[in-house]
Design a protein around this ligand. Structure first.
Ligand code: ADP
Ligand code: MG
Length: 679
């Protein structure tokens, strides 16, 4: 009898220890099914042995032969070496193998038995040897001599152990049922699911491995798209007031453009048009506006706000920090005043209390305030709109789904989410499949390129001198401390230490410190002081988004730069270059500059940088994507965008032509997926 897939993994079934079972639980593997869906991180191709005569340096080589003898040596620094002579079967040539500080290995090396070994070849002590080879008897070779899986390790859970256990289990368990209907599998040329899962762990050929990965990735993406398209439908169906359907009035928008102190960019015009077209539809808008820092997203939101106000409805403008909210309130006021001085813009933050707050709340309820800008304070229950027609969410990734929902539920508004995280279009389809997308692809004209330099630690002194000379000319700069992902407390500590160090590096300058553990009042005071030039350099932790306009700041220095994604570095860089001065961005990696970082020097388009990151680090690593609501995916690494588009099209087609109710397996999988994403 085969083991059911939902069987709990325990010591008995794994023939292992409680400790290992516990470690598996820690990474979310509870059942046999979970375990078999723990897919390899990568594979090593050991399918054809190398020959000693063609040994590749610094790469894994696979050789077939025998061990002849084993001995031990102790060398300098009391390093214990275990050595063995290996004779290649085909040529009879020999090579020395070395293991370091692992004396017990000697007892496990089989002598005079046919083995496969895999190891890197290295030059040392004047000759080539194989370092710490893995070996396996040919009679029971599991993984050598084939394309072999490599798993992500977790503490004592080693890849080799996982490989052995999956190998032992995979034939003993019930088969996986197909989720995708046969028609789709056929159309897309995909494998049977059961076969795909086997081939992913222990592929019979390279081609089968590729197809197996594609099958599983497609399945994940297909389900995600079905789920997104359904959310979209629900969003469009939920009770909507008629007044929200607003016919486009080109004259109105044109008259607004006329009073602006600048001409909107083409991208801005297109995005505004896309939004206004959405307003004409009988369903509420749900749109994501992507645009680099400084591309002028606020103007798009503002232009859209005008017809809403004209309809007697209100706008909630949500920003993640008090500083940003305040800045938006002021900026919006400034742009709208000349257009229509009757439009009332108000700011609401957690810091506004007592009588002032009551007054604002009353006026919002009575519809006397047209645009309410604020932080999380907008979400509170006491904030009641007379008629909420439009919600703008700036830096949307900074808010949770629940928070956004609470605000949206205060009316039946159109929703525009904005993000400066440059997300390549294919990724956006995955992360924001339920939204429409507008992209600002250009910056307003006349912006100067920010001169960017990646400097090794040795280049520091020169740059420090440059920083001092710029401050002498009256310029200011930001210094961003390395990202400490583990805890905010540690990050604050690191930043404080850095601050103290920098005070000694720049004794002639005045420095400020900004970090996430400060009260919002304090933070605001510091930004204000910085704006008023009370200090030259502002040292800040990476978590504090210095999302403020300080036109006089012309330098940004980023420490530990390699820890950041390119898109995030680009966002930091956008903090400068906002005034009339030539601006600079200095990136200090902890070690030698990498090619990835160097892309920052020549590339000034956030989207292109995000694509480079996507190519070089894979989709999981792109900053902001995860926070933006990118679902966890087991298989789909969407560096190849084609499969995303295929899955999207297949899902659209499926929902158009089929009745989901007739596909219980898809529905069950959707439910599971949604449960996971809620936790
Ligand atoms: P972001 O997309 O980063 O939120 P903002 O909306 O804050 O950008 O705009 C950045 C600055 O550029 C603001 O000072 C804004 O007034 C200005 N701006 C916006 N659009 C244009 C334009 N078309 N031409 C010139 N300046 C513009
Ligand atoms: Mg902005």
């Amino acid at each position: 009898m085969k083991i059911p897939l939902l069987t709990k993994l325990d010591r008995k079934i794994l023939h292992s220890t409680d400790e290992r079972v516990k470690l598996l639980h820690e990474i979310g593997i509870e059942t046999v099914e979970d375990f078999l869906q723990f897919y390899p991180r990568t594979h090593e191709d050991f399918s054809t042995p190398t020959h000693l005569s063609q040994l590749r340096a610094d790469q894994k080589n696979l050789l077939a032969g025998i061990f002849l003898k084993v001995w031990k040596e102790t060398v300098k620094h009391r390093m214990k070496l275990t050595k063995a002579t290996f004779i290649e079967k085909e040529s009879g040539s020999e090579i020395e193998c070395v293991w370091f500080n692992n004396p017990s290995i000697a007892d496990r090396i089989p002598i005079n038995k046919a083995v496969l070994i895999s190891a890197k070849a290295k030059l040392g002590f004047g000759k080539i040897s194989l370092q710490s080879p893995d070996f396996e008897m040919i009679t029971n070779a599991i993984y050598l001599g084939r394309i072999s899986p490599v798993y992500r390790e977790h503490g004592k859970l080693k890849s080799s152990w996982i490989r052995q256990k999956i190998y032992d289990l995979i034939d003993e368990v019930q088969s996986f049922e197909n989720i995708l209907p046969p028609s789709i599998r056929q159309e897309e040329g995909l494998m049977d699911r059961n076969q795909a899962i086997r081939e992913i762990h222990f592929p019979s050929t390279k081609e089968k491995l590729i197809l197996a990965k594609k099958t599983i990735a497609f399945e994940e993406l297909f389900l995600l798209q079905i789920s997104a398209l359904q959310r979209k439908k629900v969003w469009e169906k939920e009770g909507r007031g008629e007044s929200l359907q607003i016919p486009l009035e080109p004259e109105l928008i044109k008259s607004f453009f006329d009073i602006l102190p600048f001409t909107p960019t083409n991208s801005q015009k297109i995005s505004i048009f896309e939004v206004l077209k959405d307003f004409e539809k009988p369903v509420p808008m749900l749109r994501l506006l992507e645009g680099d820092v400084g591309s002028g997203k606020t103007l798009v939101a503002l232009a859209a706000a005008i017809p809403i106000i004209k309809r007697g409805a209100q706008i909630a403008f949500l920003a993640p920090t008090e500083i940003l909210a305040r800045q938006h309130a002021q900026g919006i006021q400034k742009l709208l005043k000349p257009f229509d001085k009757e439009i009332k813009v108000e700011l609401l933050t957690g810091g506004i209390k007592g009588k002032k707050r009551d007054e604002i709340l009353t006026n919002v309820r009575l519809g006397k305030i047209h645009i309410l800008v604020g932080t999380h304070a907008l979400i509170e229950e006491s904030v009641i709109f007379q008629k909420l027609g439009f919600v703008v969410i700036d830096e949307q990734h900074r808010f949770g789904v629940k928070q956004r929902e609470l605000l949206i539920k205060k009316g039946s508004p159109h929703v525009l989410q904005m993000t400066a995280t440059p997300i390549p279009r294919t990724l956006a389809i995955v992360a924001f499949g339920d939204q429409d997308l507008s992209v600002l692809t250009e910056l307003p004209p006349g912006r100067k390129t920010i001169i960017t330099k990646v400097a090794p630690p040795s280049g520091r002194v020169q740059i420090e001198r440059f920083i001092v000379s710029e401050t002498e000319k009256g310029r200011q700069g930001f210094i961003i401390c390395p990202l400490v992902e583990e805890s905010e407390k540690l990050e604050v500590k690191a930043a404080t230490e850095e601050f103290i160090r920098l005070e000694s590096v720049f004794p002639q300058l005045k420095l400020g410190l900004l970090h996430g553990r400060m009260k919002s009042k304090e933070k605001e005071q510091i930004m204000k002081d910085f704006q008023e030039k009370k200090f030259d350099l502002l040292v800040s932790t990476a978590v504090v988004e210095v999302g403020v306009d300080i036109p006089n700041a012309s330098m940004i220095i980023i420490e530990g730069a390699e820890r950041f994604g390119l898109a995030q570095l680009h966002q930091f860089r956008g903090r400068v270059g906002r005034g009339k001065h030539q601006s600079y961005c200095f990136l200090f990696p902890t070690e030698k500059p990498t090619k990835r970082l160097q892309a920052m020097e020549n590339e000034h388009c956030g989207f292109r940088l995000a694509e480079i990151d996507l190519e070089m680090r894979g989709s999981g690593q792109i900053f902001g994507i995860r926070q933006s609501g990118m679902p966890d995916m087991k298989m789909a690494d969407i560096s190849d965008g084609r499969i995303v588009v295929q899955a999207r099209n297949a899902a659209e087609n499926f929902l158009d032509t089929q009745n989901l109710a007739e596909f219980p397996k898809i529905r069950e999988s959707l439910k599971l997926m949604e449960q996971v994403s809620e936790t």
